[in-house]
Design a protein around this ligand. Structure first.
Ligand SMILES: [Zn+2]
Length: 73
């Protein structure tokens, strides 16, 4: 079940600066989370899901990060 990231964002407080204003960041394409598989006996990685980060807007700390769809891993 994908998380409600907007809900998480509104409840998160920065552990570093105490800031309460959070933004969401995403690592898609090459920065996505991949799962390890094998192709013809060789290790391979296939893109599984986007990584979603909850970032403090004040200091930039990545407070939390999540796999958007962990069931795809
Ligand atoms: Zn902060």
């Amino acid at each position: 079940m994908p998380q409600n990231f907007n809900d998480i964002k509104s409840k998160t407080v920065c552990s570093d600066c105490g800031g309460k204003e959070m933004v969401l960041g995403y690592t898609a394409s090459e920065g996505a989370i991949h799962k390890k598989t094998s192709v013809l006996g060789m290790e391979a990685y296939s893109r599984a899901t986007t990584k979603v980060m909850v970032i403090c807007k004040n200091c930039g700390l990545v407070v939390k990060s999540y796999a958007e769809n962990p069931q795809k891993l």
